[in-house]
Design a binder for this molecule. Structure first.
Ligand SMILES: Cc1cc2nc3c(=O)[nH]c(=O)nc-3n(C[C@H](O)[C@H](O)[C@H](O)COP(=O)(O)OP(=O)(O)OC[C@H]3O[C@@H](n4cnc5c(N)ncnc54)[C@H](O)[C@@H]3O)c2cc1C
Length: 200
């Protein structure tokens, strides 16, 4: 259905968001909005199937956006660990910092590989509903934690607006919701594993 604002007034507003502020989110309210019958699309077709196909590719691609953010956080944390000195030594020499760096790198690399794995399955024309859902859910969650660890390595400066890490934290967290919340993605994966539909 096509809704012409001049003929069928509706409300639209921008929603002030936590992250991804360069791509603003909008809300459209069609309360009491009357649309002429001639604006209905003649054939709706198999929209659900087309949407599912789009989501299958979108999910690992959103996962890779999270990977890019996680990689930036890793680069920053690694560099900082090599220049910041405390108690007469570079903090990169402390075991706990090395452990955090190892955790961040593991999160970034494993997320990247899961997303590539899902995309490769799609390229081969295989059914990838579970792989696609798993890759986004895992990558966004793992990279969210990776950014949090990178912030911790930076101490107070990690929380500052100067370095940009807090923006990475807001952006990666915002990727949790579009194209499938973690709860819904887990259910999709569970449906693939069990063959039982949890949505009906
Ligand atoms: C950055 C961003 C970009 C977006 N881009 C687009 C876009 O381009 N186009 C578009 O159409 N939308 C877009 N969205 C909207 C997005 O698709 C929805 O916000 C998302 O699907 C969740 O819907 P909701 O916010 O209504 O939450 P709700 O559906 O109200 O969910 C609330 C909570 O309940 C859980 N829940 C809901 N239903 C079930 C269920 N059946 N079983 C178990 N748990 C359930 C969810 O997992 C979630 O935790 C975007 C959102 C964001 C944040």
């Amino acid at each position: 259905m096509l809704v012409d604002l001049k003929v069928s007034p509706f409300e639209a507003r921008e929603v002030n968001m936590h992250g991804l502020r360069q791509a603003p989110l909008g809300e459209v309210l069609f309360d009491g909005c009357r649309v002429p019958k001639s604006n209905l699309c003649p054939e709706t077709g198999d929209t659900a199937r087309l949407l599912t196909l789009t989501w299958l590719a979108n999910r690992p691609l959103i996962g890779l956006l999270a990977v890019n953010i996680g990689q930036k956080a890793l680069n920053m944390a690694r560099e900082y660990a090599g220049v910041r000195k405390q108690f007469g030594r570079f903090i990169g020499g402390f075991q706990s910092i090395q452990l955090d760096l190892a955790e961040i790198e593991t999160a970034v690399v494993s997320s990247r590989l899961l997303c590539y794995n899902a995309l490769a399955a799609l390229d081969r024309g295989e059914r990838a509903n579970g792989l696609s859902a798993m890759s986004k859910r895992y990558a966004v969650d793992a990279c969210d934690r990776a950014v949090a660890l990178a912030m911790r390595i930076h101490g107070a400066m990690g929380l500052s607006r100067e370095l940009g890490l807090e923006q990475l934290a807001r952006d990666v967290r915002s990727l949790t919701i579009p194209d499938g919340t973690p709860g819904i993605l887990a259910l999709i994966q569970g449906r693939e594993l069990t063959g039982i539909d949890p949505f009906r």
